[in-house]
Design a binder for this molecule. Structure first.
Ligand code: 0X9
Ligand code: ZN
Length: 318
C-alpha cells in the first residue's frame, strides 16, 4: 500500500497517527526533509516539525498549525501539503515546493489535540492547570509576548476560552515555539498560522484596530491574491481579508503579531480555513482535500505576490 493510501486524508488522524506518518515521510525522503523538535508540552509530549528543503538560499515559509486544539482541519491540511510538496508532479506544485524552504509544525498544541480526540472534541486551549482556578489551560494564541493582554484582546479569567495565561509565555508550548521561531527567524520570510473557521486571511495587528502595520497595503494585496486564486478553483470558496482586529475582533498576544512586531517577520497571516459556520470546527472529512487544495493554490498565489513585492529576498547570508 502506498503511504498515501494508508493516510488518505479521508478522515482526521490522531496525534499518534500523524507522528507515525511523519516518521515514514522522514525515512522516505532523507535528503530533502529534516525532522526538528520544537520542544515539550506541559504533559511531556514532543512537539515536532518537518523542514522541507530542495536547495540552499531559498526564502523560508513557516507554517504553524493546530495551535487551537479543536481546529483539526489545520493539521489535516498541513500534512496534505507536506505530502504534495514531496510527491506531486504538477509543475505549479513543484515550483512552489522546490523554490521555498518549508518549516511546518502540524500540531503545536499537542496536549489539547490529544484531549480533543479522547475527551472533549471542542477543547481549544492548552492543558496546563491554573494556580488560581480549577479551570484548565490558556489560549495559546493569546500567550505570546506582544501587547499581551492589551485592549481586551484576551481575558484574565482562567475559565475563559481566550484566557491569556498568568504571564506571557506561561505555556510551555508557546515558550518553545517562540524559541524555535527566534532560532530560525533570519531564514523566515513568511509566517502562516493555520486556524479554522470563517474563511479569512488576517494580517496584523491583532491588538488594535486604530492603527495598521507599515506594510498593510502590501499585505492586503497579498491576501487578495490568495482569495482570488481560491475563488478561481471550480469548487473554490470565498475568502475575505483584513487586519485581525479590523475585521474580526481584538486578539493580543497571537503568533502572527508577535512574529511581526517583535521578530521582524514582515509577512504574517492567520488563515482561517473552511467553513463559514455550517459545520464550524466539526468540519466533515470530505472537506479535507478540497480545503487543502484551496490552501495550496492560495499559498502559491500568496508567495508569488510576495515575490513580486520584494519580500522573498535572502534575509541572511547564512
Ligand atoms: O481568536 C483567534 O485566536 C483566531 N480565531 S479562532 O477562531 N481560530 O480562534 C484569530 C486570531 C487572529 N488574530 C490575531 N492574529 N491577532
Ligand atoms: Zn484558532
Amino acid at each position: 500500500a502506498s503511504r498515501d493510501g494508508s493516510f488518505g486524508w479521508t478522515k482526521y488522524n490522531s496525534l499518534a497517527e500523524i507522528d507515525a506518518w511523519l516518521d515514514g515521510i522522514l525515512a522516505a525522503y532523507p535528503t530533502i526533509t529534516e525532522g526538528f523538535i520544537v520542544g515539550q508540552s506541559y504533559e511531556g509530549r514532543t512537539i515536532r516539525g518537518i523542514k522541507i528543503s530542495y536547495k540552499s538560499n531559498n526564502p523560508g515559509v513557516l507554517i504553524e498549525s493546530n495551535i487551537h486544539a479543536r481546529e483539526w482541519i489545520t493539521s489535516a491540511t498541513a500534512t496534505w501539503l507536506i505530502n504534495e510538496f514531496l510527491t506531486s508532479t504538477d509543475e505549479l506544485v513543484r515550483d512552489l515546493a522546490e523554490n521555498h524552504d518549508w518549516y511546518i509544525v502540524p500540531v503545536l498544541n499537542v496536549d489539547g489535540f490529544v484531549y480533543t480526540h479522547e475527551k472533549d472534541r471542542m477543547w481549544r486551549k492548552t492543558r496546563q492547570p491554573s494556580e488560581i482556578s480549577s479551570c484548565i489551560g490558556a489560549d495559546p494564541n493569546r500567550n505570546y509576548d506582544s501587547h499581551w493582554m492589551e485592549n481586551e484582546g484576551a481575558s484574565s479569567n482562567p475559565c475563559a476560552e481566550d484566557y491569556g495565561g498568568p504571564k506571557p509565555f506561561s505555556e510551555p508550548e508557546i515558550q518553545a515555539m517562540s524559541e524555535f521561531v527566534i532560532s530560525i527567524k533570519d531564514k523566515i520570510n513568511v509566517l502562516l498560522a493555520f486556524h479554522s473557521y470563517s474563511q479569512l486571511l488576517l494580517s496584523p495587528y491583532g491588538h488594535t484596530k486604530e492603527e495598521f502595520p507599515p506594510n498593510f497595503d502590501d499585505m492586503m494585496e497579498v491576501a487578495k491574491a490568495y482569495g482570488d486564486a481560491v475563488e478561481s478553483l471550480p469548487y473554490g470558496t470565498v475568502y475575505r481579508y483584513g487586519s485581525a482586529a479590523g475585521i474580526l475582533y481584538p486578539a493580543s498576544g497571537a503568533t502572527i503579531d508577535w512574529a511581526y512586531n517583535e521578530q521582524g517577520v514582515e509577512i504574517s497571516y492567520t488563515i482561517e480555513f473552511r467553513d463559514t459556520g455550517r459545520y464550524g470546527f466539526i468540519l466533515p472529512p470530505v472537506h479535507i482535500i478540497p480545503n487543502a487544495e484551496e490552501a495550496l493554490i492560495g499559498i502559491a498565489a500568496l508567495l508569488e505576490k510576495c515575490k513580486d513585492l520584494g519580500y522573498l529576498g535572502l534575509k541572511s547570508a547564512l
